[in-house]
Design a protein around this ligand. Structure first.
Ligand code: PGA
Length: 255
């Protein structure tokens, strides 16, 4: 049985002008640096415009820096896009890919997400690949079918615990205050691990971290993070308040 170090990742989405971003990053960095319980990795993923600013603020604190998307190509005529090489150059170690807001708003397919993950891996970035069912799919009993297909088609063959993290985010739970029950979360996570094993082998599947995301807050984090196949959280709204983000991180079980 592998010991997967929990990862608490903050997805700031399209929030943060420079002064707010600097203040929030400074609070998170200071907490990480000064407090003792640290059996988890802490990551913040700000918008592109403040990545470098945030990178300077958290430098030396142990907080990791990530982005929220990248293009499949290394460079070229892709107006408005950003490459994995650029993210790496700006100081990122991680990139969120295939978030449901991108799958919905930008029509991203599993195949595109897979290609983006390959691009991220080739630059040495850790890809956080997001999957999750919509409310209608859930009501029709399709959750496991949808997530199985997303894992099969969005996760590249070269994925392993060093370059990939999976985030299960039921779409209906994102930003809504609704949270999947611990039982449902554990079921989906263990199914994801089974599908990862089928695709990548048991060893990789045992070591890859699977995060839960969707209205995770200080009040519900402890119960979710204690589940055997939950290895951390991808946090949206609650990551915009350092105190809440930190309280969630503090809810990680000790290794
Ligand atoms: P939420 O967002 O925590 O605000 O629900 C999570 C996410 O979309 O990553």
């Amino acid at each position: 049985m592998s010991t997967r170090r929990p990862l608490i990742a903050g997805n700031w989405k399209m929030n943060g002008l420079r002064s707010d971003a600097r203040a929030l990053a400074d609070e998170v960095g200071t907490l990480r640096k000064n407090k003792s319980h640290g059996a988890f990795d802490l990551l913040i993923c700000p918008p592109f415009s403040v990545i470098e600013t945030v990178g300077h603020v958290i430098d030396g604190t142990g907080v990791f820096l990530g982005a929220q998307d990248c293009h499949t190509a290394e460079k070229g005529a892709h107006t408005g896009d950003i490459s994995a090489a650029m993210l790496k150059d700006a100081g990122c170690s991680h990139v969120i890919l295939g978030h449901s807001e991108r799958r919905t708003n930008h029509k991203e397919t599993d195949e595109l997400v897979e290609q983006k993950a390959v691009a991220a891996h080739s630059e040495g970035l850790i890809a956080i690949i997001c999957v999750g069912e919509t409310e209608a799919e859930r009501e029709n009993g399709k959750t496991l079918d949808v997530v199985t297909a997303q894992i099969k088609d969005s996760v590249p063959q070269g994925a392993n615990a060093d370059n990939t993290v999976i985030a299960y985010e039921p779409v209906w739970a994102i930003g809504t205050g609704k949270v999947a029950t611990p039982n449902d979360v554990q079921n989906v996570h263990s199914d994801i691990r089974k599908n990862l094993a089928a695709k990548l082998g048991q060893e990789a599947a045992d070591d890859i971290r699977i995060l839960y995301g969707g209205s995770m807050k200080p009040e519900n984090a402890k119960e979710l993070l204690a589940l055997p196949d939950v290895d951390g959280g991808l946090i949206g709204g609650a990551a915009l308040k350092a105190e809440d983000f930190w309280a969630i991180a503090q809810s990680c079980p000790s290794l």
